[in-house]
Design a protein around this ligand. Structure first.
Ligand SMILES: [Zn+2]
Length: 184
């Protein structure tokens, strides 16, 4: 789990919240570290400040947000869109249904759909008229020409290959039955 501090509109990258209260970037950085499990000493070390500075920042931030505890401050900051909590992709989160695996039928590799790289839009000329067409996200496997249209949901693959694991091994090439796909 990672906590990201969003870029605010205040001069220092912090946020101006209700009644013009300025929540500073530094206060939020400290809150994010605390939220990720660091204690005051560890947060101080990481940011090259004293432990007292960390305590003051947290205290000030709690007052500004109207929080009754550090945990409450984190929840309020998330609710207000100031910080963002991102879950790590892992087999555990896949099981809970957050992550989606797909199989590229050109290279046969199983990848997380999030790993597909954003494609560049390209220009095509048809009858002297130039069109810009969206390019599909690209398969992350090196040298593979596959895009998102060459993928199958892992769940669908498993329906025909129940011997395959419920969660594919990331980046592993599966001996995929292309004949079955043609009839699909
Ligand atoms: Zn591929």
């Amino acid at each position: 789990m990672t906590i990201y501090v969003r870029e605010g509109t205040a001069e220092d990258g912090g946020f101006i919240i209700n009644n013009g209260i300025h929540v500073t970037k530094r206060e939020l950085e400290i809150l994010a570290l605390i939220g990720m499990g660091l204690d005051n000493h560890e947060a101080a070390e990481k940011l090259f400040v004293s432990v007292n500075t960390v305590r003051n920042h947290i205290w000030n931030l709690m007052q500004k947000l109207g929080a009754t505890s550090r945990a409450h401050a984190i929840v309020l900051a998330v609710q207000n869109g100031i910080i963002e909590v991102k879950h790590e992709r892992s087999l555990g989160t896949y099981v809970r249904g957050f992550d989606k695996y797909v199989l590229c039928i050109l290279c046969g590799k199983a990848n997380l759909i999030d790993d597909y790289k954003e494609g560049e839009p390209k220009k095509v000329i048809i009858n002297h008229v130039e069109y810009e067409i969206d390019n599909m996200p690209k398969c992350p496997s090196e040298g593979c020409r596959g895009d998102i249209s060459y993928t199958l949901d892992w769940d669908k693959v498993r329906k025909h290959h129940s011997e395959y694991p419920e969660i594919p091994e990331h980046g592993v090439v599966y001996d995929y039955d292309i004949e079955w796909f043609r009839g699909y």
